[in-house]
Design a protein around this ligand. Structure first.
Ligand SMILES: [Mg+2]
Length: 297
């Protein structure tokens, strides 16, 4: 079962939740503060600036689940249904919500706007952090992935760098899920860096903020250098900064490469059981829904 695609899909989704819950503790800290206060952060202990219960996930996992539920509800891709699910999530008083995400959801809720104005302010990682359900959903018909990703992203984040990196993470995750070929996945990232040299992570200096380029550098630095799910995640979350989102994206890719069985049980058993249940259901159902736009029918 270890190399089974279902084990890898479950690994990527649970990996996302594990990275989110693990990283939430060190969000906004510096590596030095983490070292002094915690040592090496490698346990899901909750706390952090949000004072979370151990195993509590944040917006990264919750918005992914909202996107996945919308695809299941409309049995296809329906942008208004996605917007409605984001509104429903925002109304549930989430423990954390980014300012760009809040503005986008409010504009949809109050004015029906589904495409934000293109903006440099929207170069955050809030679209990339929630795109995994679309990756799983589009595996059957990959030709739809780019357009659907741009549409769901632009509800809140309309920015070229956000688009390029969200799409790149998606392409890489697909390859990891289907073939486990890490070198091939790294080539996809290198192709992007060739066109955008500022995305290069070869001289990584610890940039770990929520700026999408920093997220790309942090995730890629540890993903390319480290050799297990645990090592990749520990490396990323000990950089602090936007540790939960960077951890979530790293967990998605590491889980896609190494599979569910590679995620340490000490982490999975801490995750909220309702969240794990919802993830298991989505992993099954997203594979079965036809890839299509249901708002055109
Ligand atoms: Mg978060």
């Amino acid at each position: 079962m270890k190399n089974d695609i279902h084990d890898k899909i479950l690994g990527s989704y649970v990996g996302l939740a594990v990275g989110d819950a693990l990283g939430a503790t060190t969000e906004f800290m510096t590596p030095r503060e983490i070292q002094v206060n915690i040592g090496v952060h490698n346990k899901i202990t909750g706390g952090g600036w949000l004072r979370l219960k151990p195993g509590r996930v944040t917006d990264d996992t919750e918005m992914s689940l909202a996107l996945g539920n919308s695809l299941i509800k409309s049995q296809g891709f329906n942008l208004n249904c996605i917007g409605d699910h984001y509104v429903q999530w925002m109304r549930s008083k989430p423990v954390d919500i980014g300012s760009t995400v809040r503005k986008g959801i409010r504009d949809y809720m109050l004015k029906g706007i589904t495409v934000q104005m293109e903006s440099e302010m929207a170069a955050g990682n809030g679209a990339a952090m929630r795109n995994l359900p679309l990756i799983i959903y589009c595996l059957k018909k990959w030709g739809y992935f780019e357009q659907m990703t741009r549409l769901q992203s632009h509800l809140t984040h309309n920015n070229k760098k956000s688009d390029l990196i969200t799409l790149c993470f998606g392409e890489m995750t697909k390859i990891l899920l289907e073939t486990g070929d890490k070198l091939h996945a790294l080539k996809i990232a290198n192709r992007l860096i060739k066109i955008n040299p500022k995305f290069s992570y070869s001289r990584y200096k610890g940039e770990s903020s929520g700026y999408i380029v920093d997220t790309f550098k942090t995730v890629m630095h540890y993903f390319s250098d480290e050799t297990s799910f645990e090592k990749i995640l520990v490396g990323v979350v000990n950089q602090g900064g936007d540790a939960d989102t960077n951890g979530a994206i790293a967990g998605m890719m590491a889980g896609a490469l190494y599979g569910y069985s590679s995620i340490p049980a000490k982490w999975t058993k801490k995750i909220d059981t309702e969240v794990l249940r919802a993830i298991r259901i989505q992993c099954r159902e997203l594979m079965d829904i036809p890839v299509r736009y249901t708002d055109e029918i």
